[in-house]
Design a protein around this ligand. Structure first.
Ligand code: PAF
Length: 258
């Protein structure tokens, strides 16, 4: 498994792949089994799988969140080697943002709601870097987890709006045995916060409506950014100390949230 650190090196490999199918799993590192489930899906569906690792500064609305974001590149590379990933793309900030972020992708409706209402500029930064990664890597398919449900909808919308020649593949949320959705940010929880965190999923599943879910979460000690129903799912973002957690469950059948 070769790490590619420059766009020029990556392009040399991309050209050599010819018309073999290529799956991209875009990540910000601090990899966990949720990421590996995307890798495995890509490996089943493509001849070649590449994982990108880039902690994208433009999608962090709080500088301390960017500082606290876990970085463990050597561990990530070992994990990806064990998972038999073909290539890793690890670009620098300078390579990704030669324009110093003067050019950016903006969506003007959904990106302003839900998480977007609490994290100004977050989705502009996320869409911009995903557009750049897709243009550089030129994958056949790109894999996104349903935990970041709003992100998934926005990436899919962007690919359609800009006629991008890529399939955006949605993969189910991967959970810890106690129900907590896997996330790189979970490592920032202290022991008491980690014990409380699975209640987010439990409350979303069990509450009859968003108001009662929000009240229950506040009672348990979460700072709640929002709980809202959107397109057949109940989505929430909460904070435990300095750590922001998001989750969502299906609500297609009343009383049968997943
Ligand atoms: O979901 C993430 O890890 C990031 O938002 C992504 C898609 C890699 C873009 O930086």
């Amino acid at each position: 498994m070769k790490p590619y650190r420059s766009i020029a090196d990556w392009h040399a490999l991309r050209d050599a792949l010819g018309d073999r199918t290529l799956g991209l799993v875009p990540t910000m590192g601090a990899l966990h089994p949720g990421h590996l489930s995307l890798v495995q899906r890509s490996q089943r569906e493509n001849a070649v799988t590449v994982v990108s690792i880039f902690v994208n500064p433009t999608q962090f609305d709080q500088p301390d969140d960017l500082d606290r974001y876990p970085r463990q590149t050597e561990d990530d590379l070992a994990l990806l080697r064990d998972a038999a990933v073909d290539a890793v793309f690890l670009p620098t900030r300078e390579e990704i943002y030669p324009d110093a972020y003067l050019y950016r992708v903006c969506e003007s409706e959904l990106s302003r709601k839900l998480c977007g209402a609490h994290r100004p500029g977050h989705f502009d930064g996320m869409l911009t870097v995903v557009m750049k990664l897709l243009n550089i890597v030129q994958p056949t398919r790109a894999y996104f987890g349903e935990k970041d449900y709003q992100q998934l909808l926005l990436v899919r919308g962007m690919a359609q709006a800009f006629f991008m020649d890529v399939d955006i593949v949605a993969c189910p949320v991967v959970r810890e045995p106690d129900g907590l959705a896997m996330s790189s940010r979970n490592q920032n929880l202290d022991a008491a916060q980690r014990r409380l965190a699975p209640s987010l999923h439990q409350v979303l599943r069990e509450s009859k409506d968003t108001e009662s879910a929000q009240a229950r979460l506040q009672q348990l000690g979460f700072d709640v950014d929002y709980v809202e129903d959107f397109k057949g799912r109940r989505l929430a973002a909460v904070r435990l100390g300095g750590t922001r957690l998001i989750d969502n469950v299906g609500i297609e059948l009343p009383g049968h949230a997943s």
